[in-house]
Design a protein around this ligand. Structure first.
Ligand code: DQA
Length: 149
């Protein structure tokens, strides 16, 4: 099983960026944590971050046939990007939406997610541990789709 984790704009600034909201863990720490989680679960994983909407769309399109599922934290593009929504719908891969902060308790403009409708689940407000939950959930979902145990 092969999973792709996509991170959107400013997530490369983790650890520096608003630590009260996003914690003290750096982006490099997060990538290591995700890779260790995947290794423990026995799945292959690739992690990609971009500040550019089109680059994220390109990676989603390229995932078709190459990955079994996606974990997406589209960051600010969550609340604006019909293009990311459309790309996720186009490839039809099982996708879990993640947010480090609890977006439901934040500004009104963060209450809309264009990504959510294309996802099987959303994990929000569990810090960077939310990625672990998303990966576990995705693995279970893909296994049940393939009828594995
Ligand atoms: C975020 C929440 C978004 O509203 C914000 O723009 C981000 C990060 C999160 O992980 O909590 O950049 O996706």
């Amino acid at each position: 099983m092969k999973l792709l984790v996509l991170n959107g704009p400013n997530l490369n600034m983790l650890g520096i960026r608003e630590p009260a909201l996003y914690g003290n863990r750096s982006y490099a720490d997060l990538v290591r944590f995700i890779e260790d989680t995947a290794k423990d679960a026995g799945v292959e994983i690739e992690v990609f971050q971009s500040n550019h909407e089109g680059a994220l769309v390109d990676r989603i399109q390229a995932a078709m046939g190459a990955f079994d599922g996606l974990v997406v934290n589209a960051a600010a593009y969550t609340h604006t990007s019909v293009a990311i929504h459309d790309a996720l719908k186009a490839v039809g891969l099982p996708t879990v939406e993640v947010h480090i902060s609890d977006v439901s308790k934040r500004e009104a403009y963060r209450q809309i997610s264009y990504v959510r409708e294309a996802c099987i689940a959303t994990i929000s407000g569990h810090g960077t541990d939310g990625y672990l939950e998303a990966i576990d959930l995705l693995i279970d979902h893909i296994k049940s789709m393939k009828n594995e145990t």
